[in-house]
Design a binder for this molecule. Structure first.
Ligand code: TYM
Length: 334
């Protein structure tokens, strides 16, 4: 049994970065691995505090996976919060995780940097224990299903390495009784799937507010794309294609012939960014319109998503229960 596992946090509508960095690679791996894909709702609790939004985003992530092609008969598809074993193992492994390791986690360090830049005396201001423990919970998501590979975007690489590290700590103590499997990250190596830029040129991220939602209605999509920052080089003048995310995104989603021609025209001068934006809107529309229809139908459906996730949780617990049992036995609590 070779397992591929990944999760998405319901902190917003899924965006193009989630699609190229995780969803697409994960669906590819589902052909050759037993796949377990889930919605990391308890991870979202570090920031989402509105219960209606929590529910909306959770359904949105679920509908996105299905619209993108996840086959629930073949993939075990579930909500993290439906798997109580995760939270029990989370305590166990937090007792085997070095605090220093958590001190160096990117998200925690970034929060402290923001406080430092703002001149605050307390660098941990606004940091809750959920944010601090985040990497341990994520390690458990991975280790409790004995995942072999974890398809993620580059920004999650450190977390998968932490999971391997934490498994190593457990194994070094209890390895003669039970060994957790050491997972491997699968990260897009090159090109724009590596880290997709958002409307402001930085990494596309819900926390930067620069995302392009996967399934926005056409009018909303147009509006977001119009917002993409560009330089103010006049239409007639030559432009550097890579200087704006518009071209980078077109390169990722557009027809290669259109992309090549646009690159040449930008370099030569005489083409404005507005025209490139129109091409990008068209490319995204063409690519995602059929999926968007499926997404909207699922979002409008009654209990279909909930039933499916409940069924997925039953399946997932067939894997998580025995692993937790073995861990409990190994540590002398059974
Ligand atoms: P999240 O919800 O922030 O993002 C979901 C996935 O999308 C990838 N991604 C990107 N890839 C390329 N370019 C971008 N601009 C971009 N933005 C996001 C992310 O790398 C991620 O793979 N902690 C995780 C959720 C999680 C998880 C897990 C993942 C919880 N437990 C266990 C794997 C295994 C997160 O916040 O992802």
């Amino acid at each position: 049994r070779k397992v591929s596992l990944t999760g998405i946090k319901p902190t917003g509508e899924p965006h193009l970065g989630n699609y190229v960095g995780a969803i697409l690679p994960a669906l590819d791996l589902a052909d050759s691995y037993e796949s377990m894909y889930f919605i990391a709702d308890y991870h979202a609790l570090t920031t989402v505090r509105d219960p209606a939004l929590m529910r909306h985003y959770t359904r949105s992530v679920a509908a996105t996976w299905l619209a993108a092609g996840l086959d629930p008969d073949r993939t075990t598809f579930y909500r993290q919060s439906d798997i109580p074993e995760i939270f029990e193992l989370s305590w166990v492994l937090s007792c085997m995780s070095a605090k220093g390791l958590m001190n160096r986690a990117h998200a925690y360090k970034a929060a402290r940097d923001r406080n430092r830049e703002a001149g605050r005396e307390d660098l941990d201001a606004g940091v809750n224990m959920g944010l601090f423990n985040y990497p341990v919970l994520m390690a458990v998501d991975i280790l409790i299903v004995e995942a072999d590979v974890v398809p993620v975007g580059r920004d999650q690489l450190q977390h998968v390495e932490y999971a391997a590290d934490i498994a190593g700590s457990f194994n070094s103590i209890y390895g003669d009784r039970y060994k957790l499997k050491i997972p491997k990250p699968v990260v897009p190596e090159e090109g724009t799937a590596h880290t997709l830029p958002g409307t402001d040129g930085r990494k596309m991220s819900k926390s930067y507010g620069n995302t392009i939602p996967l399934f926005a209605p056409e009018a909303a999509l147009k509006k977001v794309i119009r917002r993409i920052t560009t330089d103010s080089v006049p239409v007639e003048a030559p432009k550097e294609p890579e200087s704006s995310s518009v071209f980078t995104l077109l390169e990722r989603f557009g027809d290669p012939a259109v992309v090549a021609e646009t690159r040449a025209r930008l370099l030569a001068g005489g083409m404005g960014w507005g025209e490139v934006k129109a091409q990008l809107t068209e490319a995204l529309n063409e690519r995602f319109a059929p999926m968007r229809d499926r997404y909207e139908t699922l979002m409008a459906s009654g209990s279909e998503l909930d039933d499916l996730l409940a069924h997925g949780a039953d399946k997932a617990r067939k894997q998580t229960r025995p692993v937790l049992e073995r861990v409990r036995d190994a540590i002398g609590i059974s």
